[in-house]
Ligand binder design. Sequence first.
Ligand code: GDP
Length: 430
Amino acid sequence: TQRNVTCAAAKDAATEREMPLDRYRNIGIMAHIDAGKTTTSERILYYTGKSYKIGEVHEGTATMDWMVQEQERGITITSAATTCMWKDHRINVIDTPGHVDFTLEVERALRVLDGAVCVFDAVSGVEPQSETVWRQADKYNVPRICFVNKMDRVGADFYNTVDMVIKNLGATPAVVQIPVGSEDQFKGVVDLVAMKAIIWGGEELGAKFEVVDIPEEYKAKAAEYHDKLIELVVELDDQVLEAYFEGTMPDEATIRRLLRKGTIARKFVPMLCGTAFKNKGVQPLLDGVVSYLPSPIEIPDLQSAYGDVGVKLDLPPAAAAAADDAPFSALAFKIMTDPFVGSLTFCRVYSGKLEAGTYALNSNKGKKERIGRLMIMHANNREDIKTAYAGDIIAIGGLKDVITGETLCDEKSPIVLERMDFPDPVIKIA
Ligand code: GDP
């Protein structure tokens, strides 16, 4: 029968993870309404659905299939979480619902992600609703990068948005890209870490882009912002700072390492720009996600982060918890019904691993649940897996009695990842 088949399969389950945990990025995309969250998410899924090499995007049949499916089914935004691959990294995009509604669902989505992309509209900059999502991310200590979208629009002003991030959000921007051209002449960006320009090709969907020398007329501005960036990052490392004072500039790898460190520690927020519209592409944004946002083992101390907002989270330090031989624990953050598969419980696996066909304890209810089907959701398909590992965002099919916020864990090491009595979820904005 079905059950026996699943159990037998689980016995043969691979015990090695495919992707090292430091190559995971569990991210959310946050925005005020209309800033382009949906378009950006779609572009991310579109570009990660292709094989990709620096400076070149390959067209292939997979892409065409994907586009047809995208048009026919609107698949990209229907899932609570979508897994995609980018340059040897596994990026899990977790849907961060709602713009202004402070439901537990929003809070929970924020809980299970390790970093976020905040999307702004380059014309309107930081709007009141952006402040709201910003405060929510603050509340959960979510490291983030900013993407100033719609650079192609009339009136687009990247630098104005940078100023508003300082004035309206009280944050310290780390400008890592500046735009090349604007409005209908928007051509790409200068990457201030590599000090190279990334210029997009033609108008067709999925156009190539090229990494070229910084155009003459942008050299002065790029140098100015490059210097600002260096001044910001050298502060994070005494040795680098000392060398800097003695006249040695940090190299590209050092700048990148310190940018990452400062972003994760929430000292500053890298700011990128572009347009998710049409073909201009979000590849440099994906590079930014990989470069600057943390992997699950780089989240310093979840307990103290969540302790601050009054949520009890019984977790050992992230690195220890995430070991594959640690006891299994996962948090259910969203329940959905799929017309083909039935009920799907989306979970973030925090520690250990889980095999299909086994049992897990719902520690909130003290009830055992049989783990029938384990799945990872992609933009255009769902993948059945035998084993889920720490860091994974999975969908479990057919659970009987699990609601969001509940913990599934190893019955020999029961823990409850979150208390159910939330503090006042209303965030007061000054
Ligand atoms: P959401 O409400 O944040 O999910 O925003 P959407 O992704 O639905 O985008 C809102 C509107 O802005 C849509 O009409 C998009 O086509 C448009 N849009 C999104 N990105 C861009 C962009 O980069 N440039 C321009 N000109 N329009 C965009």
